[in-house]
Design a protein around this ligand. Sequence first.
Ligand code: UN1
Length: 504
Amino acid sequence: MTTHEKILKNLGIAAADIARGDLEVRSPIDGKKIGSVRQHKVADVAKAVTKAQAAFREWRAVPAPVRGEFVRLFGEELRAAKDDLGKLVTLECGKILSEGLGEVQEMIDICDYAVGLSRQLYGLTIASERPGHHMREIWHPLGPVAVISAFNFPVAVWCWNAALALVCGDPVIWKPSEKTPITALACQNLFERAVKKFKKAGHKIPDSLSQVLIGGRDIGVALAGHKEIPLVSATGSTAMGRDVGARVGARLGRSLLELGGNNAMIVSPSADLEMAVRAILFGAVGTCGQRCTSLRRLIVHEGIYGALVKALVKAYGQIRVGDPLDGKTLVGPLIDKAAFDAMQKTLKQAQKEGGKILVGGGRVTKNVPGGFYVAPAIVEMKKQSAVVMHETFAPILYVFKYTDMERAIAMHNDVPQGLSSCIFTENVREAERFLSATGSDCGIANVNIGTSGAEIGGAFGGEKDTGGGRESGSDSWKAYMRRQTQTVNYSDALPLAQGVKFEL
Ligand code: UN1
């Protein structure tokens, strides 16, 4: 048995399960086939929704802390499988092993968070204007939640949604990326293991609390249009989000959109440059530039521009590109040929618009096991021209000079997207200015930390073309519940609000 087969077996996937499907899955590491999975048909969507609705009717009546106990057991399964699932993430999407494991850790973290949350789904009490009345606001389960996820975080983003949805009383239907369906099957198997343990402990749990639908755009379209799915949570490109948002909006459903980013760092003259270089590297080349939080724009004060760019070019020259399963590798492959072509097209366009490639950009073919490996690129730009407005899912970092902070902040905000942002400075005025209402317009704003690698405790998401959704921590759970305002009259009179009289 090969190492791959062993990993799959440990995750409950037998060779026969992925032998005869109509969707071929290849590893971006070497282009070799991992397996073929069976795709669902559009007609399967309605069937899945019927099952999810049945599960909802039972699950919503289970006390939230008991639902939390189930998520605790699921988190335990993730802990036990962390190594295997982390490796499978690397195998299927090409991120380095440390990041593959980090992604599973992010799942474990959100499960832990959701367990605590299951005892904290709190509402408000509100003063009533009428004597002998009380008012309160409470949160009820919402219904089945559809999760559409992307290849670059094949498991964590589903788990942000699933862990919260489950404690909130909602079943989940998951459409993973066509590029990473096997990690989804593995998660479903771990989920079933937790179901068994939960039952063994004497709890009741409905069937089909979590379902996976594998397929392409048509499955996503059917989920977005189905009126029995009150919430569709979608992660991916802005184009995809616009389409999903319009379909869900047309039936007055709710969508939670986590779309493209165009994240920038401002580096001020007072910044700790050594620290900034490290943060830039992780943000811009980590995950081969394929995070929605990846650093794409660097806005540097003219006084330190030369020194910083020089240090960066040197650091880029030392990045090890190669097999993501090798512990020394920092940058694995791009997901596929289309991603490579998009990167090359963008670089050409940037040059046409006056950009100068300072380092990288080409394909790496030496000491790599096949696949589409690239040297991360730094491109010096005179201004934020058309090419800079687009998110290209590849390691391209545009660098710009600024002279005054007001102009730097204006440049920072002058893109369609609004996900993550940061400033490197030791100057408290600059830092607070950046974080103020007239500073960064993004959902995430950091000081002396890069744009990527957020913790699960905060709300995650962004403004403008990023879609406005918030997932993960803080009060993001409210998106997965319905709010009810309740007024109770415990007096023996029936006073009307606003002093209205209405008597026979
Ligand atoms: C994504 O790229 O879709 O903040 C999510 C980060 C990760 C999540 C990224 N925790 O970079």
